[in-house]
Design a protein around this ligand. Structure first.
Ligand code: ADP
Ligand code: MG
Length: 260
């Protein structure tokens, strides 16, 4: 099951990615979680202990590795480099495993629109593609910047994109834009997750006004989420209401995607 989690900054992508990853891991599934944020924070949301977090660093910042694999120094312009470097050993070598969740930090690269091709972007794009081809039981991509840059061939392997929204009209408008961009490169199945829901009115708003994207579930607003962050522990362990909501979503995803 390959899930891409998308949405505007601050809506709760990382919180949801961490919750779903731990739910599946606790069911005994192999989970690979990829943090696509230039300032990675999924390790924190998962409550990874400091000694493990110290072992992580974003692939995009591994200049020596990128040069070794692509044949060119990151940041160099001109010159030749391979656009399909070897990456198959990277998930095992550079990820860390905690409570059944294997975490890999991708890091920041301008993979974006301008057709930019540089050693770092070749490396990351090849790595994303590789992750989608691997046969991990569950792959969760915490997508900071959308999936547009991944390209059609890659995205065929995404089973579903989950778009996280807050209960505002503006947030729903953003969801429509995200969906459109993802559809353009071939993503076929979308779900909406409403986060930071304060009351029944907000819940009803999301369910009634969803822009024809099925609602996978809603997560309540809870100050314990920020508290977990301050304490350095996982929302999964600290906020039962969110864990339970995520468990329902995880079950629904299994039913629809795996047909169980
Ligand atoms: N359900 C919630 N209730 C209260 N605060 C939340 C909730 N979900 C997320 N937050 C807070 O909102 C901020 C952004 O969440 P995060 O998951 O990092 O978003 P994103 O990855 O989309 O940028 C964090 O400070 C987080 O603690
Ligand atoms: Mg995030």
């Amino acid at each position: 099951m390959k899930l891409a989690i998308s949405g505007k900054g601050g809506v709760g992508k990382t919180t949801l990615a961490a919750l779903l990853a731990q739910v599946y891991a606790d069911q005994g599934r192999d989970v690979l979680a990829a943090d696509g944020d230039p300032s990675p924070c999924l390790a924190g949301a998962l409550g990874f202990p400091d000694d493990l977090r110290a072992k992580l660093s974003p692939i995009a910042e591994m200049d020596a590795l990128i040069e070794e694999r692509t044949g060119a120094k990151p940041g160099a312009s001109g010159g030749f480099f391979t656009i399909n470097p070897r990456v198959d050993d990277i998930p095992e070598r550079f990820s860390v495993l905690n409570r059944g969740v294997r975490l890999l930090e991708m890091g920041a690269v301008d993979l974006g629109g301008s057709g930019c091709i540089c050693p770092e972007s070749a490396m990351l794009k090849t790595l994303f593609t590789h992750l989608l081809f691997r046969d991990d039981e569950v792959l969760i991509l915490d997508m900071y910047a959308g999936v547009e840059h991944l390209g059609r061939a890659t995205v065929d392997f995404v089973d579903a994109m989950i778009i996280v929204v807050e209960p505002t009209r503006r947030s729903l408008g953003t969801a429509v834009q995200i969906k459109k961009l993802a559809e353009d490169i071939g993503v076929k199945r979308f779900w909406l997750v409403g986060n930071k829901v304060m009351n029944d009115d907000e819940a009803a708003f999301l369910r009634n006004e969803s822009p024809r994207i099925p609602v996978l579930g809603l997560l309540p607003s809870d100050t314990a989420v920020q508290e977990a962050d301050r304490l350095g522990i996982a929302v999964y362990d600290h906020v039962p209401a969110l864990r339970q909501a995520a468990e329902k979503m995880a079950a629904e995803l299994v039913t629809v995607i795996e047909g169980v």
